[in-house]
Design a protein around this ligand. Sequence first.
Ligand code: NAI
Length: 246
Amino acid sequence: MLKGKTALVTGASRGIGREIALTLAEHGANVAVFYAGNRDLAEEVCALAEQHGVSAKSFQCDVSSFEESKSAVEEALQCFGGIDILVNNAGITKDRLILQMTPEEFERVLDVNLKGAFYMTKHLFPHFMRKKSGKIVNVSSVSGLFGNIGQANYAASKAGLIALTKTTARELAGRGVCCNAVAPGFIDTDMTAAMPEAARKAALESVPLKRMGTPKEVAQVVAFLASDASSYITGEVIRIDGGLCM
Ligand code: NAI
C-alpha cells in the first residue's frame, strides 16, 4: 500500500506514534522516527520497522522548538531524499481545572501539540509544494471536538489542530497534497495509564464498545489516510473512539 514512500512520524518512540511508524513500515514505507528524548526506544522502533524490509532512521526532535524541528526535518529530507507522508503525532497533557491551571501549563501544551504540528507542516510545506503530492495526518482527539473537563489546554490545542488541518488541506489542495486528522477517544497507552483509576472506569462506562481502543486501531486509520486508498479525502476528521462521541 505504501511501497517506496517515506513517512515522518513525530513522537514515534512509544504509544500511538510507535504503532503508526511500525504500521506504515508494515505497509512498505520507509520511516523517519522522530523522538523527543528516548533514543534507545526510537532505535528499537527503527530495528522493528526494518524487519519489514524498509529503511528506518531516528532523529531527535523537540517539535516545540522551531529551530530544532527545522534542522531535524532538513536532516531527514537529506537522508531519505524526500518525504511523502507527515504524521504529526507528538502530544502531551497537563490536565487541571481552569481554576487551577497556570498560564505556563496552558502554553506548554499549546506549544507541543499545536505549534509543533504547525512547525513541522511549515518546514515540509515547500517540499510538498514542489513534489505536487503528499499526505499529512494530524493526531487530534475527541477532546478537541467536544471539550473535556480538566483539559482546557489540551482540548484547545486539539481543536486548533483540526483548524490547522482544514487550513493546510485548503492551502495544499491545488498541489495534490491531502491533509486529514484522526480524533482518537480512549486509547490504551502511557497517556491514559496516567489517569486516576476511577476516571478510567467512568470513561470506559461511557464508551458504547465498552473497551479502550488500541494504538493499532489508530495506526490502521492513519495508514489508510496516508495511502492512495484515501485519495479523494482531504480536510476530514475521523473519530476512532468506539462510538464515544457519536
Ligand atoms: P504518549 O505519551 O505515549 O506519546 C506521546 C509521544 O509524544 C511520546 O513519544 C513523547 O515522547 C512525544 N512527545 C512529547 N513531547 C514532545 C515534544 N516536545 N517533541 C517531540 N515529541 C514529543 O501518548 P499517546 O497516547 O501515544 O499519544 C500520541 C498522540 O495521540 C498524542 O498527540 C495524543 O494527544 C493523542 N491522543 C491520545 C489518546 C489516548 O487515549 N492515548 C486519545 C486522543 C489523542
